[in-house]
Design a protein around this ligand. Structure first.
Ligand SMILES: *[C@@H]1O[C@H](CO)[C@@H](O)[C@H](O)[C@H]1NC(C)=O
Ligand SMILES: *[C@@H]1O[C@H](CO)[C@@H](O)[C@H](O)[C@H]1NC(C)=O
Ligand SMILES: *[C@@H]1O[C@H](CO)[C@@H](O)[C@H](O)[C@H]1NC(C)=O
Length: 640
């Protein structure tokens, strides 16, 4: 097998082996001389993309290269996002000011005024909704902006922070309803990393966010964003499998063997697991960690089925077809089960995001570059308001056992493997209600969002504050973008907001054009037929349409390399999150069919044997002869 690792240090070897090198920001090829300069400045990792020449018939690459054949590096990690609206900043790219020239109200002040805190359960949605939303955002984002203030720059609230431009902590007002009783007046935050801050682009241009994930939905949380990490930490190179370990009779991603681990909250000596997956996301927040374990197992289950049906398939073929199926399963669940429950199925069909027809769908447009908008992950942060701050645990009979603040499980993968906790949390994921969709936030997220990692952290204050560091235009500009009409005065907001909430805005902002995007989202009315605010709907739909039309390897396309047959696509369409949990969830024998929605008379628990799944015989390869040899055409996926 041909294995070629691109070492960040051995560029010359790489260059001579037909690897081409591009600038991550401009997407243009760079010379050997320029590469040496990056090497010298230690900016090669962030500012250059290295790839093999594209082959139009090859399947989806792990590193995202060659998705768009005209711009082969677009689609890779460290490439720019697009913006729905051009940015606005004050001088030196500091946050914009109010129209009058004053500073805008403090983010923490706005958060405490606009969003209530409380623990009300939703009647409709389960906590699984949050877990899968987090998994989906983890696929296209990175965690470095949080790690930055927790680990790399732990001094932003100390005097030293004043002299570090990267530190942008949030001030807590003296009359803060919670912290007037504490001596805490500052919450950590750092400026988002940008092409400018990492040294790829001149400092005198407006900061553009840089992230490590590939911008397409390709299950980066499982397979990573680079072939090198996938080879080192993912593939077993046997039967198409991902590496795994068995502990306590359960299957897990492999655990780090060295003492250095990011699972800082593991309670030694009992809690030892810390998953060594291709991406750090496998050890991040609890919802992602749990979902990564499920999808990791799912990959191995899929390739085991494929190998049984097609004994002549080799490891590569099993691996890449298995991966293609897992990516399709993830997106089928997101597009046809999760998002319709949240955004309204009818809305999504009429806006063309999904089809009501089960067959192929091809919206591909090679003029669109595979990217996410800067706004998209920010509006997803609205879902912090519906996340329950506690992980509730149940046994397989549905009896409540215990609960723990979710934040106490951040960077603590070891907890899953003790006391059958993973069984109880899996049960909890579809039995526990999400927090209510009600203009309120769970106090755990609002006051203690990183649990023991920080004395005080209001996740939502950071969400709003980051809007300003991304240079987002005011809320009304997004409303105008979405609704195609103008909003001149506060009263005009009645179209999208209740009058008492408009009054809240009027009391704290001087001018309608001062209102922050996040502030508007928090108090907006929901889209008709859905459960998310109008502008959240609009920006999510814009993104998903862009994704479906710009991803050449989108699973519903008939004309992509290694495309599904119609019969295979129809099998993929049968999947549900309930079926996935039946297949890979610990001690799941009964579950409700629509597991993002709570158990009730119209969505009762039923046995897993009643829940439809994928028939892998649709992947039967008739060219595998009985003796295990292979006669058919070759499968096209280079190991790169
Ligand atoms: C070079 O950059 C990498 C990636 O950003 C970083 O991990 C490493 O510490 C840097 N090395 C030096 C000598 O600055
Ligand atoms: C969660 O962490 C907090 C510190 O942030 C601690 O006081 C609390 O006891 C922890 N709760 C549990 C159930 O471990
Ligand atoms: C700020 O971050 C440091 C390092 O993570 C932490 O020790 C400190 O408690 C944080 N400050 C607050 C107010 O949470």
């Amino acid at each position: 097998m041909f294995v070629f690792f691109i070492q960040y240090t051995s560029f010359f070897a790489a260059v001579s082996s037909s690897v081409i090198v591009f600038d991550t920001y401009t997407a243009t090829p760079i010379t050997l001389e320029e590469l040496k300069q990056h090497d010298k400045r230690n900016t090669t990792f962030w500012c250059t993309s290295q790839l093999y020449p594209c082959n139009p018939y090859e399947g989806r690459r792990v590193d995202g290269s060659c998705n768009n054949l005209r711009y082969p590096t677009r689609g890779m990690s460290h490439t720019p996002q697009y913006r729905l609206l051009s940015p606005v900043f004050d001088k030196d790219f500091e946050p914009r000011r109010s129209k009058s020239g004053n500073s805008l109200p403090l983010p923490r002040f706005l958060r405490k005024h606009l969003l209530l805190e409380g623990y009300i359960s939703d009647r409709k949605f389960t906590q699984l909704t949050s877990h899968i939303l987090l998994l989906m955002s983890g696929d296209v984002l990175s965690f470095h902006d949080t790690v930055n203030y927790v680990l790399w720059k732990p001094y932003c609230c100390k005097p030293k922070g004043k002299s570090d431009r990267a530190c942008t902590p949030n001030k807590i007002p003296d009359d803060d309803p919670v912290h007037r009783f504490s001596n805490i007046r500052c919450m950590n935050m750092t400026r988002p990393e940008s092409f400018q801050s990492v040294g790829c682009v001149r400092q005198d241009t407006y900061p553009e966010r840089i992230i490590t994930a590939t911008p397409t939905f390709d299950a980066s949380t499982i397979y990573g964003n680079s072939i090198r990490n996938l080879f080192e930490k993912g593939r077993k190179f046997e039967g198409g499998l991902l590496k795994y370990e068995v502990e306590g009779g359960k299957i897990w991603p492999p655990s780090v063997k060295t003492a250095a681990s990011v699972c800082f909250l593991n309670q030694k000596p009992h809690e030892t697991r810390c998953h060594d997956a291709p991406e750090d996301g496998a050890n991040s927040v609890a919802g992602v960690n749990l979902a990564v374990i499920w999808f990791w197992r799912l990959h191995n289950r899929v390739v085991t089925e494929l190998a049984r049906i097609n004994p002549c398939w080799d490891d590569d073929r099993l691996f890449y077809i298995g991966r293609d199926i897992v990516i399709a399963i993830q997106m089928q669940i997101v597009m046809y089960e999760l998002l319709p429950a949240l955004l309204g199925k009818q809305n999504m069909v009429s806006d063309g995001v999904i089809s009501s027809n089960l067959g192929f769908r091809d919206l591909y447009n090679e003029n669109l570059i595979p990217q996410i908008s800067v706004e998209y992950p920010s509006v997803l942060r609205w879902f912090h308001t519906i996340q329950s701050g506690s992980m509730k645990m149940y046994d397989a009979q549905g009896y409540f056992l215990k609960q723990i603040p979710i934040a106490n499980l951040t960077l603590r993968t070891g907890y899953f493997a003790v006391d059958n906790n993973i069984d109880y949390m899996t049960q909890g994921s579809f039995r526990q209600a999400s927090a209510r969709f009600d203009y309120a936030v769970d106090p755990e997220l609002g006051e203690s969002g990183l649990g023991p990692h920080q004395r005080a952290l209001d996740i939502l204050t950071n969400d709003l504050s980051k809007n300003r560091y991304f240079g987002f235009q005011p809320y009304v500009k997004y409303l105008e973008f979405c609704l195609g009409r103008s909003f001149m005065k506060f009263e005009d907001l009645e179209y999208v907001m209740d009058p008492e909430r408009i009054e809240m805005l009027e009391e704290i902002y001087e001018n309608l054009e001062d209102v922050d995007l996040q502030a508007g989202l928090w108090i907006e009315k929901f889209v008709k037929g859905g459960h998310v605010p109008v502008t959240v709907y609009c920006i999510m739909v814009e993104q998903m349409l862009r994704t479906v039309s710009s991803d050449r390897h989108w699973y519903e396309r008939p004309n992509r390399p290694n495309a599904f047959t119609l019969q295979q696509l129809l099998e993929i369409r049968k999947i549900s999150i309930a079926r996935v949990l039946c297949d890979v969830g610990d001690s799941v024998t009964h579950i409700q069919r629509r597991a993002f929605l709570r158990i009730g008379p119209s969505n009762p628990l039923c046995g897993c044997n009643e829940i439809e799944g994928i028939d892998f015989w649709a992947w039967e390869d008739s060219t595998c002869s009985n003796d295990g040899s292979h006669n058919g055409p070759d499968f096209k996926q280079k190991n790169q």
